[in-house]
Write a protein that binds this ligand. Structure first.
Ligand code: EPZ
Length: 418
């Protein structure tokens, strides 16, 4: 099991090129199953998850390849009508394979994704909407068996009972080839959802977004067109918080501040200074970190749950009974016991974490538990005196391209160990 070793304390100084968005790449790569032809998807981050998705698509029979940061699609005609448990159980995002495949094929079977360390992560919102589109759903032996009786899916007017990124993506993809106009309400509108819509419209779909309502006019077929994936706003936010935590100075290239408007406002209230260098390069520095009274995670454009753990770690030495409320997932505090191993003084009541200032943090051996929690351990290690060993770093490799090389180039004493 690979680990990383970090000698702290360290200050983040230098520049980092932000990679393409993992959470835009995955649904866009999957949406190619809807279309005919071939194309290149550029700026796809070379991560454990994107490489894993390529293996799932190859297992289905697609002619695809992944070279450096380009996903090459020659054909997405599938031969195998089942996404197996060994794949789906390791990457929940693969559940959005169901929408495209049941749109193009009469029958498809996909393993139930199961929960993960941050929550139960049901798929009821996905399945309920697909049933309304005329899909027969059977749950048997840990699989979802979907069957389409009609020649095309029925269009739907549907309000999601809860905002869900994955369910929005799954159903909007299914609606692109449905037999009429669908109107989906209470949708997720994260930049990654919009990037998926932009790609599909390039391929001939007819999708419009107004506030949280997405209107999809079913078309006869889609034809693949090249696309460049947006930058990863969560990777960028993670490095910005690391800069604030270590009072560093960092330039981010390939960064779009419009995807992090609200978090950047919060960080500026905490003392972050931002200087625009060019359209996609910005310098961040933070001399003094001010305590943040309270922040609650919300769906976009609110404060992202994917930057919650990193924000908790950043405040460990500056907090004044600072509160962070997690509203999206029911168990996204698994990083807290690990942060306590550095000497952090944090209490949890229900959905609220309260952080008390700790003057000194000390390196420790800790365990990565999910992609974003793992980055909070890196931030804590950089704030601590002494050696930190982070175990199970495959979680980091799932979401942060070459994180160790990027940090090393910015002055962090970090090394991978077998
Ligand atoms: C996406 O997950 C992201 N993953 C997550 O990022 C992100 O944290 C999440 O959206 C919220 O922004 C990808 O895009 C690959 P949801 P997703 O459906 O789509 C509940 C990362 O680190 N729910 O918006 O699975 C669910 O349990 C990952 O990159 C149901 O109850 O999230 C959760 O509490 C982690 N039933 C809430 O909704 C459903 O059918 C939001 O989940 C679907 C979801």
């Amino acid at each position: 099991m690979q680990t990383v070793v970090i000698q702290g304390p360290s200050t983040l100084k230098g520049q980092i090129n932000i990679s393409g968005s993992k959470n835009a790449s995955l649904p866009i790569m999957i949406s190619s199953l809807l279309a005919k032809g071939s194309c290149l998807i550029n700026n796809v981050p070379n991560l454990r998850d994107t490489r894993f998705l390529v293996s799932i698509l190859k297992d289905l029979g697609c002619l695809v390849d992944f070279q450096k940061n380009t996903f090459i699609i020659k054909s997405t005609v599938i031969k195998k009508k089942s996404a197996d448990y060994k794949y789906v159980s390791q990457m929940r995002a693969s559940i959005v394979i169901l929408g495209p495949t049941i749109t193009r094929y009469k029958k498809f079977k996909i393993a139930l994704p199961g929960g993960c360390s941050i929550g139960t992560r049901g798929i009821d919102l996905h399945l309920d909407a697909l049933k309304l589109m005329g899909i027969k759903i059977l749950i048997r032996n840990g699989y979802v068996i979907a069957e389409r009786k009609k020649n095309k899916l029925d269009p739907i007017i549907h309000k999601f009972p809860k905002i869900s990124v994955g369910a929005t993506q799954n159903i909007l993809m299914a609606a692109t080839l449905a037999n009429g106009i669908s109107k989906l309400k209470n949708c997720a509108i994260e930049p990654e959802v919009i990037d998926l819509i932009n790609f599909l419209n390039k391929c001939g779909a007819n999708i419009k977004v107004k506030n949280r309502t997405i209107t999809i006019k079913g078309v006869r077929e889609l034809k693949l067109e090249n696309h460049k994936v947006i930058p990863d706003r969560i990777e960028a936010g993670s490095y910005i918080l690391a800069t604030m935590a270590t009072k560093g100075r960092l330039t981010l290239n390939n960064f779009n501040p419009n995807d992090l408007t609200f978090p950047l406002k919060i960080y500026q209230d905490m003392g972050l200074k931002i200087k625009k260098i060019s359209k996609s390069s910005y310098e961040f520095n933070c001399k003094t970190l001010k305590p943040l009274k309270k922040i609650s995670t919300k769906e976009f454009p609110g404060y992202p749950t994917d930057l919650q753990a990193q924000l908790v770690a950043t405040q460990l030495k500056s907090a004044l009974k600072s509160k962070v409320v997690e509203n999206i997932f029911e168990n996204r505090f698994i990083h807290i016991p690990e942060l306590r191993r550095f000497g952090a003084n944090i209490s949890i009541i229900g959905k609220t974490v309260t952080i008390h200032k700790t003057l000194n943090l000390f390196g420790a051996e800790v365990m990565a538990t999910d992609i974003r929690a793992s980055f909070s351990l890196i931030i804590a290690a950089m704030m601590s005196k002494g050696t930190t060993v982070i175990n199970r770093i495959y979680h980091l490799d799932r979401g942060y391209e070459e994180f160790d090389l990027k940090l090393k180039k910015c002055g962090v004493n970090i090394s991978r160990k077998k």
